[in-house]
Write a protein that binds this ligand. Structure first.
Ligand SMILES: Nc1nc2c(ncn2[C@@H]2O[C@H](COP(=O)(O)OP(=O)(O)OP(=O)(O)O)[C@@H](O)[C@H]2O)c(=O)[nH]1
Length: 466
C-alpha cells in the first residue's frame, strides 16, 4: 500500500544524507519533497501541514547526536513523527467487560465490514482463544446475512441467524441473549452499510449502539477511497463513540494516506489492517512497524510473527534435518516450500516487510511471481510420488503426461526442473554448517531453528530473474 509514499520519502530523505549539520537551508528542499510525497499519498492537508511543521521544528532544535549523522538523524525524526501521527503505541481491543463483550462494526457499503467481521472472529478465536458468535443486523441485504453465515462456517465460529423481516435492535438483543446462554466471550455485530452517509443509517446504528452497549465500536474503512476516507471517518466519528478503526484493502494500490489521516482526524486509533480478501488477511496495526515500512526499513517483526504462525514447523524441521544430513532435496520439498510461501500471503507481501525490499515486492507483483509459483505447484501435483522423489528419471513420455495432466507446456516443466536443480545444488552447499549460518543471517526468523530457506529469507529461489 505504501509503495509510492515509501519511494518518494526515501528519495527526498536521501538529499540530507552527507550534510554536516541540519540547517534551515539544507532541510528546506527535503521538507518540500516530504510535503509533496505526503500530499500525493492522499494524506489530508491539515495533517501534512502539521507533520511538516513538527519535523522542521524538531530537526532544527535537535542537538546533534554523536551516534547519528545528520541524515540519519533527520530520518529518525521523520520516523518518530510518522509513528506519532498514526498513534504512539499499538492499541489492541479492550474486551475486559462482563462477557459477552460486544463488538459493533460500522462503515459504508463495500468497505469490507462483513469480511472484517469474519477476519476478526477468526483472529479472536485463534489468537486469543475466545468463543465468538457473529450476527448480521443488515436487514436490507439478505445476501449479506448469507455471506456472513458462509464466512462464519469457514472460520469455524458460531453464527446467529437473522432475517430481513426483523428489526436490527431485536436481532442484536436476541444474539446477545443467546451468546450469554452459550457462554460466548465475544459477539461481533455486523451492520448495514449504505452507499453514502445518510441520517437514517446513522440513526439506526446509533439506536443499535445504545441497545448493545458495545465494548468496542469499530469503524471499517476502505484504504482505497483516498481523501474521502477523512470525511467518512469524521461523519461516523461524530455519530458514534468509535473506539477504533479497521483499515481494509491495505494490500491494494491505495496510496496509504488514509492510514496517516484517520487517526489525526478522528483521534481514534487504527487497530487492524485488512491485507487481502482471505479470512486470515488481518494484521494488528503497529504504528512503529508501519512507519518503518513506509520509510523502506522493512517490518521484520510482523514477518517473524507471521512466520511463527504460518510455517508448518514439523515440515520445516524435517527439511532442515534433511539438508544437514546431506540428503537429497526433492520436488516434494520444493512443493512444501511453495505452499508455505503462499500461506504467508505470497512473495510480494513478504518482501514488503523486508528492509530495502519494498521495491522488490512491486517487482514480484508485476512479474506475477505468485502465479508462476502456482504453475510450479500444479506441475508437481501432476507427478507421481515416485517422480517427485526422483526428478532425474523424468523422460520424454513422463514429461508429456505431466504437462498434459497439469495443462502446462513442456517449457514450464523444464523451467521448473532447472530451478529445482539450482536449488538442490544450493541445498548441498548448505550441508553441515552452511544452514546454521544462513539461519543466523536471517536473524533467527523462523524461531527455534526451523525454517525454510526459500520462504523465510524472502529470497527468490535461485533461477528466478528479478
Ligand atoms: N483486497 C482486499 N479486499 C477486501 C479486503 N476486505 C474486504 N475486501 C473485499 O471487499 C469486498 C467488499 O467486502 P464486504 O465485506 O462484502 O463489504 P461490506 O462492507 O460488508 O459491504 P456490505 O455488506 O455491502 O455493506 C469483498 O469483495 C471483499 O472480498 C481487504 O483487506 N483486501
Amino acid at each position: 500500500m505504501f509503495n509510492t509514499l515509501s519511494d518518494r520519502l526515501s528519495d527526498s530523505l536521501r538529499r540530507v544524507t552527507g550534510k554536516a549539520r541540519l540547517t534551515e537551508d539544507n532541510i528546506k528542499d527535503t521538507l518540500r519533497e516530504v510535503r509533496k510525497a505526503l500530499l500525493e499519498a492522499d494524506v489530508a492537508l491539515p495533517v501534512v501541514k502539521a507533520f511538516v511543521a513538527q519535523v522542521r521544528s524538531k530537526a532544527l532544535g535537535q542537538q546533534i547526536s554523536k551516534a547519528l549523522n545528520p541524515g540519519e538523524q533527520f530520518l529518525k525524526i521523520v520516523q518518530e513523527e510518522l509513528v506519532s501521527v498514526m498513534g504512539a503505541a499499538n492499541e489492541t481491543l479492550d474486551l475486559a467487560v462482563k462477557p459477552p463483550a460486544v463488538i459493533l462494526m460500522a462503515g459504508l457499503q463495500g468497505a469490507g465490514k462483513t469480511t472484517s467481521v469474519a477476519k476478526l472472529a477468526r483472529y479472536l478465536k485463534e489468537r486469543e482463544k475466545k468463543k465468538v458468535l457473529v450476527v448480521s443486523a443488515d436487514v436490507y441485504r439478505p445476501a449479506a446475512i448469507k455471506q456472513l453465515e458462509t464466512l462464519a462456517e469457514e472460520v469455524g465460529v458460531d453464527f446467529f441467524p437473522s432475517t430481513a423481516e426483523q428489526k436490527p435492535v431485536a436481532i442484536a438483543d436476541a444474539a446477545i441473549a443467546h451468546a450469554r446462554k452459550q457462554f460466548a466471550d465475544v459477539v461481533i455485530v455486523d451492520t448495514a452499510g449504505r452507499l453514502h452517509i445518510d441520517d437514517t443509517l446513522m440513526e439506526e446504528i446509533q439506536a443499535l449502539h445504545k441497545a448493545v452497549n458495545p465494548a468496542e465500536t469499530l469503524f471499517v474503512i476502505d484504504a482505497m477511497i483516498g481523501q474521502d476516507a477523512v470525511n467518512t471517518a469524521k461523519a461516523f466519528n461524530e455519530a458514534l463513540p468509535l473506539t477504533g478503526v479497521v483499515l481494509t484493502k491495505a494490500d491494494g494500490d491505495a496510496r496509504g494516506g488514509a492510514a496517516l489521516s484517520v487517526r489525526q482526524v478522528t483521534g481514534k486509533p487504527i487497530k487492524f489492517l485488512g491485507t487481502g480478501e482471505k479470512v486470515d488477511a488481518l494484521e494488528p496495526f503497529h504504528p512503529d512497524r508501519i512507519a518503518s515500512r513506509i520509510l523502506g526499513m522493512g517490518d521484520l517483526m510482523s514477518l517473524i510473527e507471521q512466520a511463527e504462525q504460518k510455517i508448518d514447523k514439523d515440515k520445516a524441521d524435517k527439511l532442515v534435518k534433511k539438508v544437514k544430513k546431506g540428503q537429497r532435496f526433492d520436488l516434494e520439498d520444493l512443493r512444501d516450500q511453495l505452499q508455505q510461501m503462499q500461506s504467508m500471503g505470497g512473495l510480494g507481501s513478504m518482501m514488503e516487510k523486508l528492509p530495502g525490499m519494498g521495491n522488490m515486492a512491486q517487482l514480484a507483483q508485476q512479474n506475477n511471481l505468485t502465479s508462476q509459483f502456482k504453475v510450479m505447484e500444479t506441475i508437481i501435483d501432476s507427478m507421481t510420488p515416485f517422480e517427485r522423489r526422483n526428478p532425474d528419471l523424468l523422460n520424454g513420455s513422463r514429461k508429456r503426461r505431466i504437462t498434459m495432466g497439469s495443462g502446462t507446456q513442456i517449457q514450464d516443466l523444464n523451467r521448473l526442473l532447472k530451478q529445482y536443480k539450482q536449488m538442490s545444488k544450493m541445498m548441498k552447499k548448505m550441508k553441515g554448517g552452511g544452514m546454521n549460518k544462513m539461519m543466523r543471517g536471517m536473524g533467527g526468523m523462523m524461531g527455534g531453528g526451523g525454517g525454510m530457506p526459500g520462504a523465510g529469507g524472502g529470497q527468490l529461489p535461485p533461477g528466478f530473474r528479478r
